[in-house]
Design a protein around this ligand. Structure first.
Ligand code: IMP
Length: 201
C-alpha cells in the first residue's frame, strides 16, 4: 500500500461530526486536517451504490481540487431486518427541506421494525479512501455490530448514535465519551487499518 508522507491532508467531507472524529484520530500522528467545507470545495454527487464507490468519488474530487492528499469517509447504518437499509443512503433518510433531521430518520427506522423480534441487529460500516492528486488511492474498511435500542438515548456523538448499542454494551454510542467511541467504532476499525498500512504505525 502507498504510504502517506504528507503532514497536511484534506478531509473530503462537510460533516462536522466526521471532521471532529477524524481530526482527533489523526492528531497523534502529527497530521493536520482541513475540511473540504472550510476550503469552500463543492460536495460531489455520491452517485455510486456502494461505500467504496462513494468514498472514491469524494476523495478524488477533493484531492484534484486541492492538489493535496484527501481522505474521505463513506459510512452508514445498516439494519439487518431491513436488508441493510438505510446503508449507503443513511444521510438521505435524514434529509428534510430544512436540512438533516436524524430524530426523524431514527423514527423512520423504528416505524419499520418495531414489531420485529428482539434482538434487532444493526451495524455501522465505514470505508475510508485516501486519494492523491496523481489519481492513486487506497481503501480501508471497518464495521461494528450491535443492536437497536428504542427510544434513542444520549446527546454525544451524531447521526444514528442514540439508537445503537455495540454488542455487549449497555450504553448507546451517544452515551459514551468520544474517546471511548474512538476505540471501538466502525471508523476506528477502518482507521486502524489505514494507519497500519498507510502510516506504518
Ligand atoms: P455519508 O458517509 O456522508 O454519506 O453519510 C453517512 C451517514 O451515516 C451520516 O450522515 C450518519 O447519518 C451515518 N453515520 C455514519 N457514521 C456514523 C456514526 O459514527 N454515528 C452515527 N451515524 C453515523
Amino acid at each position: 500500500m502507498r504510504k502517506l508522507t504528507e503532514k497536511h491532508i484534506i478531509l473530503a467531507s462537510h460533516n462536522k461530526g466526521k471532521l471532529k472524529e477524524i481530526a482527533d484520530l489523526l492528531n497523534p500522528f502529527g497530521i493536520k486536517v482541513t475540511s473540504a467545507g472550510d476550503l469552500g470545495l463543492n460536495e460531489p454527487d455520491e452517485t455510486e451504490n456502494t461505500y467504496v464507490g462513494n468514498a472514491r468519488i469524494k476523495a478524488h474530487y477533493a484531492a484534484k481540487s486541492s492538489n493535496k492528499p484527501a481522505l474521505s469517509d463513506d459510512s452508514g447504518f445498516s439494519v439487518e431486518i431491513l436488508d441493510g437499509a438505510p446503508g449507503v443512503y443513511s444521510a438521505d433518510w435524514a434529509e428534510t427541506p430544512n436540512g438533516r433531521d436524524f430524530s426523524m430518520a431514527m423514527s423512520k427506522i423504528w416505524n419499520k421494525i418495531q414489531h420485529s423480534p428482539i434482538p434487532r441487529k444493526a451495524k455501522f460500516c465505514c470505508t475510508l479512501c485516501i486519494a492523491w492528486p496523481d489519481g492513486q488511492d487506497e481503501i480501508s474498511e471497518g464495521s461494528v455490530a450491535g443492536e437497536i435500542v428504542w427510544p434513542p438515548r444520549g446527546t454525544l456523538g451524531f447521526g444514528y448514535d442514540p439508537m445503537f448499542t455495540d454488542d455487549g454494551m449497555a450504553q448507546t454510542f451517544a452515551e459514551i465519551e468520544p474517546r471511548e467511541k474512538h476505540l471501538i467504532s466502525h471508523r476506528a476499525s477502518a482507521f486502524n487499518k489505514f494507519t497500519k498500512y498507510c502510516l506504518g504505525s
